[in-house]
Design a protein around this ligand. Structure first.
Ligand SMILES: [Cu+2]
Length: 382
């Protein structure tokens, strides 16, 4: 076990020993002080180990997020329920050559967000949201992405895909042409072809890289195949986490930023309808993330670069930067949990529900409460 993990477990263990009214969120929101206090706590190690048992787990879980509260989506400026199906196709126009140009403007800006009830984080964002806009194009189009740096820090946009080095968003490359590292107040236009088709991502590539990514500068980038994919209920899930006390390990894990959001607001899908999930892992500080859906299986298209699925399964694992398209149908009404099959992540926010069909049959939040009394804040049973 590394020191980093010890420090996080110590933090959780110490949180379990403080009165409920204080809670982990206040320890976390006090930043480094909370972490140091936790590390100094002699019994912290025992508390951390204790949380693996159900009793200890409940104690830390209840302390971890404020019960009965949800985050302020309005103040955040985005709601993960909307982020899920928000595909940004940009603006298009015909060039003199007759080709289609698809264009976006991303503004890098510093913006505090609430990643779990009461847990604030000084994020660095593209367009004020985390993850940044889901950019979507079709294979072979010409793309232009204007980066305007309104942040107090230098940034870039590094796209995954195939393009010339000058367009790669790497500090030091193309500086004399206005590229490379984009300083505060500067701007730059990245321009390249949309290739290959598949599910990609973009993120800042300024050093220290882990810090720039962990602060929130990333998003999904979808290139549709020329002939498209079958009609489906499509959604984007960016798996991320937040190091709220800057100890180089995450205190909150999520899909699309807000811990337990899709427990509070289950993702509504139709029975027997094809659901397509664009799943991207940008998680910093932990080597692996994963996705598991309950009571169902999905077709797995790694990186989305083939139209033929590679696997029929219910769990996949992704390293940082990996992504997958998942396709599934729900044959029965009900609430179906999905979560990281890294239990610790699941208990620190990376848990949600698909809600299928008749709400009178359902009770996902109650099921989750029975499971480990997760403190997602609200989420009363249907
Ligand atoms: Cu950056």
């Amino acid at each position: 076990m590394s020191d980093r993990r010890l420090s996080r477990r110590a933090l959780l263990g110490a949180a379990a020993t403080v009165p409920a009214a204080a809670g982990l969120h206040s320890l976390v929101s006090r930043g480094g002080l909370g972490g140091e206090a936790a590390l100094a706590e002699p019994g912290a190690g025992n508390g951390a180990a204790g949380h693996l048992a159900h009793g200890g787990h409940e104690r830390f879980a209840h302390a971890a997020f404020a019960p009965g509260r949800t985050v302020d989506h309005r103040a955040n400026g985005f709601n993960p329920t909307e982020v899920l199906r928000d595909f940004d196709w940009g603006r298009t126009r015909r060039l003199a050559s007759g080709r289609l140009l698809r264009e976006w403007t991303l503004v890098a800006q510093d913006h505090e967000i609430e990643v779990a009830p009461g847990v604030k984080y000084e994020a660095w964002t593209y367009n004020g949201r985390v993850p940044g806009p889901t950019l979507r194009a079709r294979e072979g189009e010409r793309l232009r992405i204007n980066l305007v740096n309104s942040s107090e820090h230098p940034h870039t946009i590094h796209f995954h895909g195939i393009h010339p080095s000058l367009m790669d968003g790497m500090p030091g490359i193309g500086e004399r042409m206005g590229g490379g590292q984009i300083e505060p107040g500067e701007s730059f236009a990245y321009e390249f072809e949309a290739e290959p088709f598949g599910l990609h991502l973009y993120h800042c590539h300024v050093a220290p890289l882990a810090a720039h990514i962990a602060h929130g500068l990333y998003g999904a980038f979808i290139v549709d195949p020329k002939k498209g994919r079958p009609e489906a209920d499509e959604m984007v899930m960016v798996m991320n986490g937040f190091d709220t006390n800057f100890d180089l390990s995450n205190e909150v894990y999520a899909v699309n930023t807000v811990g337990f959001h899709y427990v509070n607001e289950p993702i509504r899908v139709k029975r027997d309808a094809l659901v397509r999930v664009y799943l991207v892992n940008v998680l910093e500080y932990d080597p692996l993330n994963s996705f598991h859906v309950h009571a169902n299986f999905f077709q797995h298209y790694p990186t989305g670069t083939s139209l033929e699925p590679k696997e029929y399964t219910d769990t996949i694992v992704q390293g940082q930067g990996q992504r997958s398209i998942l396709e599934l149908k729900f044959p029965f009404d009900g609430d179906y949990m999905f979560h990281a099959h890294v239990s610790e992540f699941a208990e620190l926010g990376w848990t949600g529900f698909f809600r299928v069909g008749d709400p009178s049959l359902l009770g996902g939040a109650a099921a989750a409460a029975a499971y480990c009394k997760l403190p997602w804040g609200g989420g009363s049973p249907a």
